[in-house]
Design a protein around this ligand. Sequence first.
Ligand code: FES
Length: 129
Amino acid sequence: MNSVRNLRRGFHEDSITAETIMAVTYKKMSDYTTVTKTSAIREGRGKAFTVNGKRIAIFNENGVFCAVDNTCPHAMGSLGRGRIRNGIAVCPSHGYAYDTETGECHTDSRLRIRTYPLIVEGEEIKVSC
Ligand code: FES
């Protein structure tokens, strides 16, 4: 289960275990698109990207990366312009908070965002969406 969690939160190739490889197989490596480099996203912050026609936000929390929908379902704010702390991304528009593993909104339980599998290979961040 930890390996699936790592998949969602991103991992470095150094930390790949047999368990992780098994978890990765549910998504073929060819399903992942290289999006950016790890150095492009400041610690504690997000950044928005267009990947395969979708707007996604990638966050960096202490060198652990995760990918979610960029559009905040509250009022279409850009989550990628927000911050992350303890796995919670905060929309800069009105402060709604989203769990980056489950996509649940802690501010309004009716709202949810999608989360996307992400891997880090060397300096490259790759996302499946
Ligand atoms: S648009 Fe994100 S909190 Fe309002």
